[in-house]
Ligand binder design. Structure first.
Ligand code: ATP
Length: 300
């Protein structure tokens, strides 16, 4: 039961890479090592508190020499708003999140938070401003309680319950044999995908960070689970800067702004309504993914 003892400390010595789909994005990144490629500036300052506006200016990026993955990308993520990234596989959406978390530095251009280049600030102060909810919820061999608490180790039990309630996780946790003290088996195999994801959302609630990065689940969830997750996400994204890689129609339709990416570039942006009227790449993707004009009902 070594893991139950100060999981955060132990984790800080581990390098955990989430399923290959997540290429380089590490869940609970605040507890994990940086990739060796990135280092903190010698005179790094603390990122001061602020509304959490994130801007990406003229970004260019390549993971490997001569293979550009992003070209001249300009994105603005407004506080309190949900901004969706959509586009075909390989368009560069996850790479945008990787750069937002400073898992890599851009080859060209800048990532700014409240006007400050994130290369100039300490990792701790940068990561303290963000939470990440990915597709694979990484669970540790400890209790449900500690699995939620990893996102803010000093949280009280009461705060953990509150986060779990907000994430619609409390009910299923209460029904487990030992409630919050139930030990999560090897990577939570006895929990369903939807339950695991709600634990991940509970972690994000607990952190109360201004910037939320979200990679929506692509795999099918049962209808109940999906409805609960949708509600939970609506709560957790309220009042924070949300950047979501959107795979679901409801998310796309509700986003304040959508950026459409293709081959490492932003090719269109606007609301769902504007982009559908425009009849370009988004319209084509929308029809392919969401089944044509039937899906347009409910578009504002
Ligand atoms: P998907 O919807 O399939 O997740 P995406 O739009 O998120 O795709 P990215 O994952 O950002 O796209 O990938 C953009 C390009 O960068 C792809 O060509 C991909 O193969 C490449 N790539 C992604 N991660 C790495 C990595 N860690 N090392 C090298 N190349 C990578």
């Amino acid at each position: 039961l070594l893991m139950a003892y100060e999981p955060a400390k132990r984790l800080s010595r581990m390098r955990v890479t989430i399923e290959s789909k997540m290429v380089g994005v590490r869940i609970m990144f605040e507890l994990l090592d940086q990739p060796e490629t990135i280092s903190e500036a010698e005179n790094a300052t603390t990122l001061p508190p602020g509304p959490g506006k994130m801007e990406m200016r003229n970004l260019g990026f390549a993971y490997a020499k001569d293979k550009r993955v992003l070209r001249d990308v300009n994105l603005t993520f407004e506080p309190g708003k949900t901004t969706a990234l959509v586009g075909p596989s390989g368009a560069g959406k996850s790479t945008v999140l990787n750069l937002a978390m400073r898992l890599y530095d851009p080859t060209e251009g800048n990532v700014l938070i409240d006007g400050q280049d994130i290369r100039d600030v300490t990792f701790d102060s940068l990561r303290a401003r963000m939470s990440f909810v990915g597709q694979g919820t990484f669970l540790f061999s400890t209790s449900v309680m500690e699995n939620i608490r990893v996102s803010r180790p000093d949280a009280t039990d009461e705060e953990v319950y509150e986060a779990a309630r907000a994430a619609h996780a409390h009910e299923f946790i209460a029904k487990l044999d030992e409630g919050y003290e139930t030990q999560v088996g090897e990577n939570g195999t006895f929990l369903s995908g939807g339950q695991r994801q709600r634990l991940s959302i509970a972690r994000a609630f607990l952190r109360r960070a201004e910037i939320l990065l979200l990679d929506e689940a692509t795999s099918a969830l049962d209808a109940d689970s999906e409805a609960l997750i949708k509600d939970a996400l609506r709560e957790v994204t309220k009042d924070v800067t949300t950047i979501v890689i959107a795979h679901r129609l409801s998310t796309v339709l509700e986003a304040d702004r959508i950026y459409v990416m293709e081959d490492g570039r932003v090719v269109e942006f606007g609301t769902a309504r504007e982009l559908l009227d425009h009849g370009g790449v988004f319209k084509r993707l929308f029809d392919q993914q969401f089944g044509g004009s039937g899906g347009m009902q409910g578009v504002q």
